[in-house]
Design a protein around this ligand. Structure first.
Ligand code: HEM
Length: 524
């Protein structure tokens, strides 16, 4: 088997500082630009917790960790067991590994939000965008995603697919084999157009998503999140809120006019299906104050979703380039699933016809091979491929939590009030639950194991777990798998511009610029 991932990757700690925090944030994925290096409270004061030894002449573990994350954590686990203290990224943490990780995620006295606030001071900045739901532990954003987005994926999927496909065509298009394919030095730019347009169509609807200013907001808000130091001068997030307000106002007025007209004529008003409309329809339920507040909440959703999904889908393409031998299987699966669905629909049509019943528009043959949510769900090899990308790529130390009380773990170790813990992802993602050869990339590792990439647990933590587990993961996975499917069906080859840089790119961290481009070749 290939072992591209088992070696070390090197990155200077200062570079790493810019990118290491985001996976722990979820909500604020671009804080890599914003880290405030004030020391946080540090590790637990329980004297039974061992301190990891430092290499001669070094005062923190940063260098050893960044030289080879897996080797460092393996050494510590072997020498000290599952819980140990380290000096990392300008602060100190108690590292939690193995089974006790669950105890962190399932205990509300461990707060990831407090840990991030302590490190970056970004809660205030985030709160500056909204007027309601500003309580520290508010669940409103979580509930909004859980109740409005995830259950309606089947409804949103056609427009997601349309936007992904349209923007792929526009940004990348045909890459003729006879011209040696097309080199794209920054594939992230292609993916950000695809993801931003798809998300915009779901969040604010097609009329507002037509505005280039709005799409630019979807793309740039995560980066601008880093400019929070200017909060008192010109808050860049407020500028983005205003862009949304300006674009939304005429559309909302027109929708109101149409609704009033429908009522007057006694016909049913066809409610637009986007998240903004749902916000307006549930204005009181979500305690919104005004349109600015609605747009502020939309901006938080944009912050949580666009950058994370763009970054992960970009990384997915590099894995596809690194492991071309699996592309045929992914294409074959796609064709088999679509063939099967086409046949099933044909049988349904024949059955209806034999009973003399009408065939409704949903069953029209022109939709037989659509990449519907149901079709994408059946693509279990693609799902496993994406899950394996996450398993391999996810930052090894991530998802820090602040202890709000003294908390005794099942091992008897006490995490003292005010201290910070950080999760050892290596122990989770390379543990015994993962099967064999855990340091290798095995894309079909999860096929037939009832472990779709949306299923979080102590063996799979890129979306966190427990009460705060990412509620947007169903949408994210729908988009990631669809992007994978489109790539496989449209391009026969994806190659890395500079193969020497491949190993570094595969283990790049969220938000980190990729060190080399990709060459795409269209299918003939
Ligand atoms: C590849 C894409 C994504 C990744 C890797 C990701 C990752 C995460 C992580 C690690 C968390 C923190 C979980 C925890 O604290 O235990 C989180 C939280 C969150 N994510 Fe995502 N996310 C992604 C996409 C999305 C999308 C598309 C949305 C919205 C549609 C979203 C909305 C949220 C929200 C609202 C939270 C806060 C949940 C809470 O605190 O209760 N995310 N995400």
């Amino acid at each position: 088997m290939l072992t591209l991932l088992s070696g070390s990757t090197s990155m200077a700690p200062t570079d790493a500082l810019k990118v290491a925090i985001p996976l722990g944030l979820g909500l604020a994925s671009a804080a890599y630009l914003t880290i405030k290096l004030t020391a946080s409270s540090g590790f637990s004061t329980d004297k039974s917790i061992p301190m990891a030894s430092l290499r001669p002449g070094e005062t923190t573990h940063d260098k050893e960790y960044f030289e080879d994350q897996d080797a460092f954590l393996q050494r510590c686990e072997e020498e000290y067991g599952p819980v140990f203290n380290i000096h990392y990224m300008g602060t100190s943490y108690t590292v939690i590994s193995g089974a006790q990780i669950r105890e962190v995620f399932l205990n509300e006295d461990f707060s990831s939000s407090d840990a991030i606030e302590e490190l970056t001071g970004m809660r205030t900045f985030l709160m500056s965008m909204i007027k309601s739901n500003r309580e520290v532990d508010s669940r409103v954003i979580h509930e909004i995603v859980r109740d409005n987005i995830s259950p309606n994926l089947a409804l949103f999927t056609p427009r997601i697919v349309k936007e992904l496909e349209k923007n792929l065509e526009k940004e990348l298009g045909v890459c003729p084999a006879e011209e040696g394919g097309k080199l794209v030095e920054k594939p992230v730019l292609v993916l950000q157009e695809m993801v931003a347009n798809a998300m915009a169509n779901v969040f604010v609807g097609p009329e507002i998503a037509k505005s280039r200013k709005v799409i630019d907001t979807f793309i740039t808000v995560a980066g601008d999140f880093g400019k929070r130091t200017e909060i008192n001068v010109l808050n860049p997030l407020q500028v983005h809120v205003q862009v949304l307000v300006d674009a939304a106002t005429p559309v909302i007025l027109e929708r109101r006019r149409q609704e009033a007209e429908a009522i007057e004529q006694g016909i049913e008003y066809q409610r637009p299906d986007d998240i903004m409309q749902r916000f307006l329809d549930n204005f009181d339920k979500y305690n919104f104050v005004d349109l600015e507040d609605v747009c502020g909440h939309l901006l938080i959703l944009i912050l949580a979703s666009v950058h994370t999904t763009t970054d992960t889908s970009t990384n997915l393409l590099y894995y596809m380039a690194a492991y071309p031998q699996y592309m045929d299987k992914l294409l074959e699966e796609q064709q088999q699933v679509l063939d099967a669905i086409q046949q099933e629909r044909e049988l349904l049509r024949q059955d209806l016809l034999s009973k003399g019943e009408a065939i409704d528009a949903d069953l029209d043959p022109s939709h037989d091979r659509d990449l519907s949510a149901a079709a994408v769900k059946r693509m279990v090899h693609m799902d496993s491929f994406v899950r394996e990308v996450f398993r391999n790529r996810t930052e090894r130390l991530s998802l820090m939590h602040h202890a709000r009380k003294n908390i005794k773990l099942s091992s008897g170790i006490v995490i003292s009030k005010g201290s910070d813990v950080i999760i050892n992802m290596r122990s989770a993602h390379q543990g015994p639950d993962q099967g064999e050869d855990v340091t290798e990339f095995q894309p079909w590792r999860f096929v037939g194991k009832s472990k779709p990439a949306t299923k979080v647990g102590v063996d799979f933590l890129p979306f966190g777990m427990g009460r705060h587990a990412c509620p947007g993961r169903f949408l994210a996975m729908q988009e990631l798998k669809t992007i994978g499917v489109l790539m496989v069906s449209k391009y026969s080859k994806i190659e890395v511009q500079d193969p020497k840089k491949l190993k570094t790119v595969l283990r790049s961290r969220l938000g980190e610029p990729t060190a080399t481009g990709l060459i795409f070749t269209s299918r003939s």
